[in-house]
Design a protein around this ligand. Structure first.
Ligand code: OSB
Ligand code: MG
Length: 373
C-alpha cells in the first residue's frame, strides 16, 4: 500500500449547544479532516481532535495543519507501508509532541487498510463487542438546578454513565445536587480538566462522599507525582485524560499510582497503535480503560466506537450519539443510541462503517490543501 495523496480540510460546524469545561467554552467547532488516497485510488477519512485554542493541549487546528503539511505527510507520501502497528513510530521518529496531528494520519492509515481489506475497522483493531455502552459528558451549567435538569434528562434517555464537568466554584454543590436528584445507583463521575491543585485537597476530599465512579484529571496535566499524592488521600479512583499522551505516560501512571483508570482518546495518544499498547498494558495491570471523546464529528466518532469495542474497554465511553452534538452530522447513517444507552458497532461494514456525506462536507469546508507525491 502506497499513499499518493494527503488531503486536509477544515470544516466549521456549530454545536447544538455550547459546551463549557473548566478551561474554556466551545460553541462552534473547527475540525481538521484528513482524506488519504493510495496508489489504487482507495481513500480513507480521518479526523484530528485538536481544538481551536490550546486549552486542552498545546495543539490546535492550526498547529496540526502545519505539522501535517511540514513533517508528517512527507513521511507517508510515496512510501510503501507495511504493518499499521508501525505507522506511529514511522511518523513520530525524532519528533517531539504533535501527537494529535500524528494521530490523524495514523488513524487514516488504519482506516485505509480496513477499506482495502473490506473489513470493519473495529475488527482490524481486535474489537469484539457488537454494542458499546454510551456515556454523556455534561458541560458546566450556571446553577446546580440546571445541571440536575440536564442529568435527569440524560438518565431518562438511557445514558449508562453521566460525567459532570467541574471546576473551582462549580463543584461540591453541583455534584451533591446531582447525586440527590439521580439517586444512589446512578453511575456518576466528574471531570475537572486540570482545574485544581494539591492545595484544594479539602474540596477534593469532599467528593469522596458522593460515590463517584471516578474523578477525571483533577490536577495539572504534566504532574503525575501530585496525582499520586492525591490518589493516596482519596477513596474515589482518579482517572487520567490529559496526562496520558503516550503508552510511556500510561506506564508511569501505573508505576507511580497516579490514578487507577485510564481515559484513552486515540486522537490524543498518537493513534490506534499507541491506544492498543495502552489497552494491553492496562489489561496486564488490571486497570480499567474507557474511550474518551473530543466533540468529534461522525468520522472521529467512528474511530472511537471501533476502539471502544475492544475487550478492555469496560466502562461506558464519551461516545454520545450524533444528535447530541450536531443538527446534522457529516456521516450516514448518523451515530445513534438506543433507550438502554447502547450503540451498535458496525462490525459488518468495511472501514469506518459509515459513509461520509461529501457534498455536505464540501458545503462546510472553509479551506482545503492537497499534498501529493
Ligand atoms: O476532558 O474529556 C474531556 C470535550 C472536549 C475536550 C475535553 C473533553 C471533552 C469532553 C466531551 O468531555 C466528551 C465528548 O466528546 O462527548
Ligand atoms: Mg477529560
Amino acid at each position: 500500500m502506497r499513499i499518493s495523496q494527503v488531503s486536509m480540510r477544515e470544516i466549521r460546524v456549530p454545536l447544538r449547544e455550547p459546551f463549557r469545561i473548566s478551561s474554556g467554552l466551545v460553541a462552534e467547532r473547527r475540525i481538521l479532516l484528513v482524506e488519504l488516497t493510495d496508489h489504487d485510488g482507495v481513500t480513507a477519512w480521518s479526523e484530528c481532535v485538536a481544538g481551536e485554542a490550546p486549552y486542552y493541549s498545546a495543539e490546535t487546528v492550526d498547529t496540526a495543519w502545519f505539522a501535517i503539511r511540514e513533517w508528517f505527510a512527507p513521511r507517508l507520501l510515496g512510501r510503501t507501508l507495511g504493518d499499521p502497528h508501525e505507522t506511529a513510530a514511522l511518523l513520530g521518529r525524532d519528533v517531539r509532541g504533535h501527537r494529535m496531528a500524528l494521530a490523524a494520519l495514523e488513524m487514516g492509515v488504519w482506516v485505509l487498510r480496513a477499506n482495502r481489506a473490506g473489513v470493519a475497522l473495529a475488527r482490524m483493531l481486535g474489537g469484539t463487542r457488537e454494542r458499546v455502552d454510551v456515556g454523556i459528558s455534561l458541560g458546566i451549567q450556571p446553577s446546580p438546578a440546571m445541571l440536575v435538569e440536564r442529568a435527569t434528562l440524560a438518565q431518562s434517555e438511557g445514558y449508562r454513565r453521566i460525567k459532570l464537568k467541574i471546576g473551582p466554584g462549580h463543584d461540591i454543590a453541583w455534584v451533591a445536587a446531582v447525586r440527590e436528584g439521580l439517586g444512589p445507583d446512578a453511575a456518576v463521575m466528574v471531570d475537572a480538566n486540570n482545574a485544581y491543585s494539591l492545595s484544594d485537597v479539602d474540596v477534593l476530599r469532599k467528593l469522596d462522599a458522593f460515590d463517584l465512579l471516578m474523578i477525571e484529571q483533577p490536577l495539572e496535566h504534566e504532574d503525575l507525582v501530585s496525582h499520586a499524592v492525591l490518589q493516596r488521600e482519596l477513596r474515589t479512583p482518579l482517572c487520567l485524560d490529559e496526562s496520558i499522551t503516550s503508552p510511556a505516560r500510561a506506564a508511569d501512571m501505573i508505576a507511580l499510582g497516579s490514578g487507577r483508570i485510564i481515559n484513552i482518546k486515540p486522537g490524543r495518544v498518537g493513534g490506534f497503535g499507541p491506544s492498543l499498547q495502552i489497552h494491553a498494558l492496562a489489561q496486564e495491570h488490571g486497570v480499567p480503560v474507557w474511550c474518551g471523546g473530543m466533540l468529534e464529528s461522525g468520522i472521529g466518532r467512528a474511530c472511537n466506537v471501533a476502539l471502544a469495542s475492544l475487550p478492555g474497554f469496560s466502562i461506558a465511553g464519551d461516545i454520545s450519539p450524533s444528535a447530541r452534538y450536531w443538527s446534522r452530522d457529516i456521516v450516514t447513517p448518523e451515530w445513534a443510541m438506543d433507550e438502554h444507552g447502547s450503540m451498535r458497532v458496525p462490525l459488518h461494514r468495511p472501514g469506518l462503517g459509515v459513509d461520509v456525506d461529501v457534498d455536505y462536507v464540501d458545503d462546510i469546508t472553509v479551506r482545503r490543501e492537497d499534498l501529493a507525491v
